[in-house]
Design a protein around this ligand. Structure first.
Ligand code: ZN
Ligand code: ZN
Ligand code: FE
Length: 737
């Protein structure tokens, strides 16, 4: 991995043992030549293996003996590019404690400088234009270092030795505060003015590491509500940036594992249980008893909190609905002026835009739900060789994946490919990653849905083998790949939407599968959804579908839906006009949420299920009945009980969750009996519901199963490209080829 302070560390180590030779970055990795007495060389190697620098990721150490050289000392040589070789490009890293100390020490020349960094921290992937990673290949190329910065850069014993983005107030980038017409203030004055505006209840667009955020004081209800109105975002929770861990403690329950995630080098948004009645706007996360919280990760963020005027800011990606995050200053007038009156920006260009990553702890382990800043483009090491493959991902929450050697490199979160901007971003990301990682794919894997944008893009490619991969097969193989397991497993995919081999919409699937093939052993009962995609946005349509399928009368909770709308849907269901059958578990959750009167119209993906989970009574373990009819799992009885218990929705929600978990465990037991398989992989977006996940895992373990979950890649469609790539790799290597 380049850009993690490796060469200066090697230099210091070689000097410690009085060794001669050199170290250099090449696209192959890091090359070190050392020469000296055997004891010293061995001592060097022992220390090298035992205590590598904290950001380094050593995948392999290959050593060989060389004839004596002519070096008289140890040196750091210029980087060398090997054509066609793979190199690990480092992710962006949060400000380190040493840099934070510089930033807050009035005697230090970096005091209050919002772009300070060192070999242990700072921007990387977001500013790298090409490899090898050297300053001329970054967006810092235009800033010539002042003598003081250059001295640090050239001094092997300095923390900023060869820190490519090294800069200071004299020579580096600076911040500016602008309104729609002009620049109001620059440098320290801009930060002071920005803090005052936030304190006074203004919404600011703030250029960060990977793009612009919209920010406002999280305690200012009017400001948060105004931000909701401007973003046309009625209920989807906003992320918070809290001043410190102590501030997070005031808002949320935080475990030791979660503290480590919050304050580590990646600084994702961590989803945490919210304390009731905190001193923050209730509009931040309505109807959801959790907050997504992150800590400051750049010096600029730390400085925003330096005045102590607020303990948390709402920090949401600067975009309208699902467009890609804005990251160029040129975009500000058109895209951000309608949203924010002022912009705090700077003149360090962002080359690759990156959203904030989102994680949640399960069994004290970090589970990535959106993988972007701080994570991408660190590869997933699958511990076996993979052919060069491009996997295109799915339609929503898209990521793409390139493989080579034993690595799968997932792109950062790209978004929903429903608008032209996002499709262009997908193409740009592919071009970018092909250049960085030197991958020339021999095969392309894509979702078998005929109408996905990625399907069209894949089919248009030339000179590559093409593999259509069933959506849920990709989900399960993604889980297998990151757990490094092979062979036959039980795959449980509980999901929203995925195209099935029978042309129906799947999403409640029990597979017996390996990496190349799958067999659909069982699935949730098909119900007819009226109105296609409209049904995803209107959970009451799922409720009507299940009521019709189960022969249940309309409960009073659905009477809030206009009678005219209901009767249109009833006619469609009766005549089977514009309906599509689905076995989706996501739609089953929608139905339950609607039947309890929680959510009839969904304003963001997963809203009905999220609001259903939020009210579930804790500590409840009883379940409602469900039925097996051959290979189909029928929840008609379950929903009949949900309706009967609707006056106690907390209890009904808990029991509903437990019923799905029990049905999953029962289905797996049947597969064990039939096929003798005991390994279960859980995947699909529904498993972002940790109430369901916790119960399912507990029941499966009680039943004697080995359970495999996602951690490094999301269980939602953001992890799909990894599975697609591994399926294509298995088929390329398969029998008959
Ligand atoms: Zn640092
Ligand atoms: Zn300088
Ligand atoms: Fe999916």
């Amino acid at each position: 991995m380049q850009g993690v302070g490796f060469r200066p560390w090697v230099h210091a180590l070689a000097n410690r043992f009085s060794l001669k030779g050199h170290v250099l970055n090449s696209t192959l990795g890091v090359e070190i030549e050392i020469e000296g007495p055997t004891a010293s060389v061995n001592a060097f190697l022992a220390e090298f293996r035992a205590h590598p620098p904290q950001l380094a990721q050593l995948d392999d150490i290959i050593d060989e003996e060389l004839p004596p050289g002519t070096a008289s000392s140890f040196s750091i040589r210029p980087s060398r590019a090997e054509t066609g070789e793979f190199v690990l490009v480092p992710p962006d890293t949060a400000t380190c404690p040493d840099c934070l100390a510089d930033l807050t020490n009035p005697a230090n020349r970096r005091f209050g400088y919002p772009f300070t960094n060192c070999t242990n921290c700072g921007p990387r992937y977001s500013i790298i234009c090409d490899i090898p990673y050297d300053r001329p290949h970054t967006t810092m190329a235009g800033f010539a270092m002042c003598p003081a910065c250059l001295a640090e850069y050239e001094n092997p014993s300095d923390r900023r030795f060869h820190a490519q983005p090294n800069a200071c107030d004299v020579c580096g980038p600076w911040v500016e505060l602008r309104d729609h017409a002009r620049t109001l203030a620059a440098k320290a004055g801009a930060l002071t003015a920005a803090r005052e505006l936030l304190t006074a209840g203004h919404i600011l667009a703030i250029k960060g590491l990977g793009g612009f955020h919209l920010a406002c004081n999280a305690a200012d209800h009017a400001a948060v509500q105004r931000l909701r109105d401007r973003k046309h975002r009625s209920r989807k929770p906003f992320a918070l940036m809290a001043a410190s861990l102590e501030a997070v403690d005031r808002f949320c329950e935080v475990t030791a594992a979660e503290r480590a995630m919050l304050s580590g080098i990646r600084r994702p948004i961590v989803i945490l249980p919210a304390h009731p009645d905190v001193d923050l706007s209730p509009a931040i996360a309505p109807r959801v008893n959790s907050f997504g919280v992150m800590l400051p990760y750049t010096p600029l963020h730390h400085l925003l909190f330096a005045g102590g005027q607020f303990s948390a800011l709402v920090m949401t990606s600067a975009n309208v609905s699902e467009e890609p995050i804005a990251f160029r200053d040129e975009e500000v007038p058109k895209r951000l002026h309608p949203l924010a009156g002022h912009t705090l920006t700077h003149n360090r260009t962002i080359h690759t835009r990156l959203d904030d990553s989102v994680v949640r702890a399960f069994e004290d382990r970090e589970r990535v739900l959106r993988r972007a800043r701080g994570y991408a483009p660190r590869p997933i090491d699958v511990r076996r060789p993979l052919a060069p493959i491009l996997a295109c991902g799915a339609e929503l929450k898209n990521t793409l994946c390139l493989t080579r050697d034993h690595y799968a490199v997932l792109s950062p979160h790209i978004g929903d490919l429903e608008n032209l901007e996002t499709v262009e971003l997908w193409q740009e990301t592919l071009a970018h990653m092909r250049r960085f990682f030197r991958v020339d794919p021999m095969a392309v894997a894509y979702d078998s849905h005929p109408n996905y944008a990625t399907t069209r893009l894949a089919l248009a490619m030339e000179r590559v083998e093409k593999f259509a991969v069933q959506h849920h097969h990709a989900h399960i193989v993604s889980c297998m790949a990151e757990n490094r397991i092979t062979g036959k497993v039980i795959g449980v995919a509980m999901d929203g939407t995925g195209y099935g081999t029978d042309g129906k919409i799947w999403g409640g699937e029990f597979f017996v599968c390996d990496e190349a093939n799958f067999q659909r052993f069982a699935h949730i009962r098909n119900v007819p959804l009226a109105g296609g995609d409209m049904a995803i946005r209107q959970p009451w349509r799922s409720a009507m579908a299940w009521l019709a399928a189960a022969g249940l009368p309309l409960p009073a909770t659905l009477e809030t839906v206009p009678a005219a709308h209901r009767s249109v849907v009833n006619t469609m269901l009766r005549r089977q006009v514009n309906t599509v059958d689905t076995s989706s578990c996501g739609r089953l959750f929608d139905a339950a949420s609607s039947l309890l009167g929680l959510c009839q119209v969904s304003t963001y993906e997963g809203q009905a299920a999220i609001e259903l989970e939020a009210i579930a009574a804790p500590g409840n373990s009883d379940a409602y009945p469900f039925d097996f009819a051959g290979a189909t799992l029928d929840f008609s009885e379950t929903l009949r009980h949900v309706i009967a218990d609707r006056h106690n929705p907390a209890l009904a929600s808990a029991r509903f969750h437990n019923s799905i978990a029990a049905a999953i465990a029962e289905s797996c037991a049947r597969i064990w009996q039939a096929e003798g398989l005991t390994r279960v992989c859980l995947s699909g977006g529904v498993f972002q519901n940790f109430t369901l996940l916790r119960r399912t895992v507990a029941l499966l373990r009680e039943g004697g199963f080995a359970v495999y979950l996602h951690a490094q890649v999301p269980p939602n469609d953001g992890g799909l490209s990894l599975g697609q790539a591994v399926v294509a790799n298995a088929r390329l290597a398969g029998p008959g080829r």
